[in-house]
Write a protein that binds this ligand. Sequence first.
Ligand code: DGL
Length: 267
Amino acid sequence: MSERAIGVFDSGVGGLTVLKEIIRQLPEEDIVYLGDTARVPYGTKSPQTVVRYALEAAAFLVRHRVKMIVVACNTASSVALPALAERFSLPVIGVIEPGARKAAAETCIGRVGVIGTEGTVKSAAYTAAIHRFNPDIEVFSRPCPLFVPLAEEGWADHPVARLTAEEYLSPLKSHEIDALVLGCTHYPLLKNTIRTVVGESVRLIDSAEETARMVAATLKSSGLQRTEPSGKRAFFVTDVPTRFEKVGGAFLGSILQGVEQVELDWI
Ligand code: DGL
């Protein structure tokens, strides 16, 4: 079992920011990554639809005999973890809890901002998770949907991104937060712009880094760490791979090749 790959899925390229961290922290592990590019975005869809998509994506990874599933998508993590845990018997890790834990630990004044897709913010999953760590923390959430296309367009440091960030983030700034959770796979790409707008005193919490730490810790505690270093990576998408390969390189920080198109079975 320990020599099997880690399965990672997202609605598209975004989960590659999580994968990048997993590879950085666990270079010896094999990876099977699925981007559900035919059905992206998940962030604007209903919870019922996202749960179904997540079950179908996870079933694909299980057929590839992975040893663990990482839900590298905030929207899917915010609504689908209970259904995934019920259906599959292998460890399932989402991105919400690791980010929430870090936010609860990092805030000094107990005022945390959370930004994400409409779906993630509506689910209030981050608020609930932060309150599980510390019920006294005040959480202020805001959807920032335009950050997703800006990141994919390569406009993370463009003046348009700066204006958009000012518009989205000024209400959060007025709540005098001292920590801000980047609760969407795409937002780490906009870190510089977000930092400029919120200022140096606000800690930016990157769920990707924290999730990779949790993946490493879970592999260790469940005896699933590889014994022989390998590092093979396989990438699958549900639409033609062209755009994924082009845009995904910036998210992963390395060239993406050999991406294969697949169909998911309906659940
Ligand atoms: N990956 C999604 C997330 O982290 C963002 C893109 C989408 O809406 O599908 O929520």
